[in-house]
Design a protein around this ligand. Structure first.
Ligand SMILES: Cc1cc2nc3c(=O)[nH]c(=O)nc-3n(C[C@H](O)[C@H](O)[C@H](O)COP(=O)(O)O)c2cc1C
Length: 388
């Protein structure tokens, strides 16, 4: 919402706000970033800082998409040009992600974001997966996911997707514009040049069954105490909390801005489990989700032939490419992971949804697409806080 529209609506509702409050609720331009938002890792001020290339690479990498914005990464620096990546075992989503599949997709998104982004600084990144050998779930946090080595190159040909890293974001707002066509999908597929998985398109026309399944899955997540509670634990209620924790989800991340944000934040959203799990709050959440899903202009799945830890990491690398390619083509994207999740209350819905897959195959990511100019760059912690 622009300041002008916000002020007009405010006057209509008889609200009087100081100039600083208006500034707090609206942006003047889509390029504005508030202090609590993620910084552009290619900002000249950052690039000129006297820190090692590997720290600069990590600063780029951690702007990657990751489940609930928990930022599940930790690093051991080897020298100025190399580091080991580990899952941060203190930042898991045990209820919505009991198999840790999505946390490992988030390792892949980081690796791809770093590899593409560091090209802008003239380096290529050599990534060796599981450098300490066989890795199982019991090794989370103990054995590295990858060793990253940066190599300076004069002859580097930059991947065109790299340029879209700073503007990439997850948009959960209502989508506008035309329905996605097969030609739109083909452009995105070609630009993403995914390496390990297959992309499938579901046009808006004929997607009614899918939309109903997605909404039913969100209802199941909402009605399951632990999974809905997990979202509360990672929910930042106001801008002070966003700025303090620099992680998690928030109303702003949900695509609520302007006057709606002002009302929701000040009058409806009360901290604490009781209010979160109240029928009114659950209904408000479901209403918002339903309108988001119904506004979708098309859907894309990312499917792998196998479903081992390595497939999760590789799928994450491909997902990052898919999101950058969508950004390049002017489309917004929002994952809808509920129906893919592996906890018992979701089993029935998930199995029905996956019924057409061959044994071993898995849909790793499912996203809705469309157009929206809503901007919110979810925050990231300081890169130094990730170093062990
Ligand atoms: C494996 C994975 C699953 C995700 N699932 C969802 C989801 O179900 N719903 C959603 O709104 N966002 C989902 N996201 C997006 C993240 O919440 C988002 O990347 C994170 O909050 C950081 O925000 P950003 O992408 O704007 O930087 C998912 C991301 C990943 C990598």
């Amino acid at each position: 919402m622009s300041r002008k529209t916000f002020l007009k609506s405010g006057i209509r509702f008889g609200i009087f706000l100081s100039a600083s409050q208006v500034l707090q609720y609206c942006k003047t331009s889509p390029n504005d970033r508030y202090d609590y938002e993620r910084k552009n890792p290619f900002d000249p001020e950052f690039l000129s800082e006297n820190i090692s290339p590997i720290l600069k690479a990590i600063r780029i990498g951690i702007t990657a998409p990751n489940p609930h914005n928990v930022q599940p990464w930790k690093f051991k620096l080897i020298d100025d040009y190399s580091a080991l990546l580990y899952v941060d075992e203190k930042r898991l989503l045990k209820d919505t992600d009991p198999t840790y599949r999505q946390i490992h997709i988030g390792q892949g998104t980081f690796l791809e974001n770093l590899s593409l982004g560091i090209q802008i600084l003239g380096y290529s990144a050599e990534v060796s997966l599981f450098p300490d050998g066989k890795y199982t779930i019991a090794d989370i946090g103990k054995k590295p996911i990858a060793k990253i080595v940066l190599i300076k190159r004069d002859d580097l040909v930059q991947n065109p997707l790299s340029e879209f890293i700073s503007e990439r974001l997850t948009r959960r707002s209502i989508y506008e514009g035309e329905d996605l066509t097969w030609q739109d999908f083909e452009k995105i597929r070609k630009d993403s040049a995914v390496l390990y998985s297959e992309l499938k398109f579901v046009p808006k026309a004929g997607s009614e069954k899918l939309r109903n399944q997605l909404i039913a899955a969100m209802q199941a997540e909402t009605d399951t105490y632990n999974t809905y509670e997990e979202s509360r634990i990672w929910f930042r209620y106001n801008d002070e909390e966003i700025g303090k924790f620099k992680d998690g989800l928030s109303l702003r991340a949900t695509g609520v801005s302007g006057l709606k944000y002002y009302f929701a934040r000040n009058f409806f959203l009360k901290p604490g489990a009781e209010s979160w799990h109240s029928p009114e709050n659950k209904k408000a959440g479901m209403d918002m989700f339903t309108s988001q899903v119904e506004s979708s202009k098309g859907f894309i799945f990312l499917k792998t032939d196998h479903n081992e830890i390595i497939d999760w990491v590789q799928a994450g690398r491909d997902y990052l490419r898919l999101q950058l390619a969508a950004t390049k083509n002017g489309f917004s994207l929002h994952p809808l992971s509920q129906i893919l999740q592996e906890y018992s209350e979701m089993d029935l819905l998930r199995k029905e949804f996956e019924a057409s897959l061959k044994p071993g195959e898995k849909i790793q990511m499912l996203v809705r697409l469309g157009k929206s100019d809503y901007h919110y760059y979810s925050p990231r912690r300081d890169p130094k806080d990730f170093i062990v």
